[in-house]
Design a protein around this ligand. Structure first.
Ligand SMILES: NC(=O)c1ccc[n+]([C@@H]2O[C@H](COP(=O)([O-])OP(=O)(O)OC[C@H]3O[C@@H](n4cnc5c(N)ncnc54)[C@H](O)[C@@H]3O)[C@@H](O)[C@H]2O)c1
Length: 255
C-alpha cells in the first residue's frame, strides 16, 4: 500500500481533491492552493449561487453535507467521473457563538437544545457523513487516500461556544480514531486546527473588541491568513508519514 500511497499525494499531479465548504473563506483558499498545485479540485458546498460564480477550472457540486443520501450520491458521481477520490478536506461548517446561560433572556435563558443539535449536525455529523461516503469508495476500490478535517482552536473549549467547541472536539476525536483504524488500509487522517483567521466568518461571529483582545494575546500579534491554513492542509497531505496529527495554526495563541 505504501508505494501506492504516494499516488494519492499532491506530489502527483491530477490528484482528485474534494473540498467541502469550498466557497467559504478558508475553503476557497484551500481550493485555490490545491488548484495551483495541479490537483483536480471538486468544490462541494450548499451555496449554489456562489458555486456558479467560481472559475471553470473547478468542478462544482451543490450539496448539503448533512444529508447522507445526497452526499453518497455525490461521492459516487465524482468517483464515476474522476475515477477515484484521493483527498478529502472537510471544511464545511458554521462558526457560532451564544452563551449557554443568558440571564438577560429569562423566557429562553438556556441555549436551546434544537439549536445545539443543528450546530452539531453541520460541524460534527457532516464530517462523519462525508468521510464515511468517501472512505467506503476508497476501501471498496482499494485506493489509498488522505482525509483532512478542519477543526478549531475552540476544540479546547471556549466560553460562549458550547455546540461549536463540542463539535470540534468531536472532530479531533474522530480524526485520531480514523487515523488508528484506517492507517492499515493506506488511508491517512489528520486535522488542521486554525486559531482566529481574518475571514468574514470570524468578523461576523466575534465583536471587534474581542478580536482586538485575541490579537493582543497572540504572540505574533495578528490574525491568521486563510492561505496559511491552506498551506497547513497541503503540508499534511504532502507528508506521507503524518497520521492522526491535529496541526495548530494559531500564531501561538495557545502557548
Ligand atoms: N475562519 C476562522 O477563523 C476559522 C477558525 C477555526 C476553524 N474554522 C473552521 O473552518 C471551516 C470554514 O470556516 P470559514 O471561516 O471558511 O467559514 P465560511 O462561513 O466562510 O465557509 C463555510 C462554508 O461552508 C458551507 N456550508 C455550511 N453548511 C453547509 C452544509 N450543510 N452543506 C454544505 N456546505 C455548507 C457554506 O456555504 C460556506 O461556503 C469551518 O469548519 C470553521 O469551523 C474557521
Amino acid at each position: 500500500m505504501c508505494s501506492k500511497q504516494k499516488e494519492c499525494t499532491l506530489k502527483s499531479e491530477n490528484a482528485v481533491c474534494v473540498v467541502t465548504g469550498g466557497v467559504g473563506g478558508l475553503g476557497r483558499a484551500i481550493c485555490d492552493y490545491f488548484l495551483e498545485r495541479k490537483a483536480r479540485v471538486i468544490v462541494a458546498d450548499r451555496d449554489a449561487e456562489a458555486l456558479q460564480n467560481l472559475p471553470d477550472s473547478f468542478c462544482c457540486e451543490a450539496v448539503d453535507v448533512c444529508d447522507p443520501v445526497r452526499v453518497k450520491a455525490m461521492v459516487q458521481k465524482i468517483v464515476k467521473e474522476q475515477g477515484r477520490i484521493d483527498i478529502l478536506v472537510n471544511c464545511a461548517g458554521t462558526i457560532v457563538s451564544a452563551p449557554f446561560v443568558n440571564v438577560f433572556s429569562p423566557d429562553q435563558m438556556m441555549f436551546p437544545y434544537e439549536r445545539f443539535r443543528q450546530e452539531m449536525a453541520i460541524n460534527l455529523d457532516s464530517v462523519f457523513i462525508v468521510t464515511a461516503a468517501v472512505v467506503e469508495e476508497m476501501v471498496r476500490r482499494r485506493t489509498p487516500g488522505c482525509i483532512i478535517n478542519i477543526s478549531s482552536i475552540c476544540a479546547h473549549g471556549n466560553a460562549g461556544q458550547t455546540s461549536y467547541a463540542a463539535a470540534k472536539a468531536g472532530v479531533n476525536a474522530m480524526t485520531v480514531t480514523w487515523a488508528k483504524e484506517l492507517g492499515r488500509m493506506g488511508i491517512r487522517c489528520n486535522a488542521v486546527a486554525p486559531g482566529f483567521i481574518g475571514t468574514p466568518s470570524t468578523h461576523a461571529a466575534l465583536q471587534d473588541a474581542h478580536l482586538k483582545h485575541i490579537v493582543e494575546n497572540t504572540p505574533l500579534r495578528r490574525l491568521g491568513d486563510a492561505k496559511e491554513v491552506a498551506q497547513a492542509v497541503y503540508a499534511l497531505v504532502e507528508n506521507d508519514f503524518c497520521n492522526g496529527v491535529i496541526l495548530d495554526v494559531n500564531g501561538g495563541l495557545t502557548l
